[in-house]
Design a protein around this ligand. Sequence first.
Ligand code: FES
Length: 236
Amino acid sequence: MQILNFTITENTQLTRDIWRVRLHNPQAERPKTGQFVNLQIDGHYLRRPISICDWEDGTYTLIYRVVGQGTTALAQLQPGQVINMLTGLGNGFTIMPAQRPLLIGGGVGVPPLYYLAKELVKAGQRPTMLLGFAREEDVLFQDEKEWDVKVVIGGYVTDGLPAHYDAIYACGPEPMLRGIDRTAKALAPGHMQLSFEARMACGFGACMACTCRTQQGYKRICKDGPILTREEIQWT
Ligand code: FES
């Protein structure tokens, strides 16, 4: 975990309520895919957790939805302004050995899969992305060239989940994750990782605000997660 000041290099509106911010600090360490950061926004007591969409040479790319006062304030910030960020939070995805990995994302669960797809390609894998968005105007990353992987965009990603994939990574709302778990019955044990969202306070395991029940007892989504394997999950 690092705590550093970052300089905003870009803050751009992508859709009606989705923005992309890029932040740079040359001392920033490379994060794991699936990890998140916690931003300190001036005038707001609680930091805002945002998953990592990309990282390159000390520059983080984060994609966020403007939903409340904190993210509204974040969207006002301009290049050159400085923001404090806790980085390296959460356990992150573990790259699974696979011939045909499938990455499934819903809504703002899509951006973290961008960084994961890049890492899988670097590891010599050829992932397929299945991305779902509630509204046509919300669609992100529709240019396949941007991904260098096969991308399928649809409304409900659990509809017709293909059976011939040997590893699944997914990130999105809980009903979607639950649907994937139910639908992908043929998948071998140890080959599914799901990224969960939770209300957070500290973001690094100290306050217990984000605990959830798992097959191995209670875990903190911010520190023991946000990625849980299928074998850990206990649906309620
Ligand atoms: Fe504090 Fe998870 S947010 S323990």
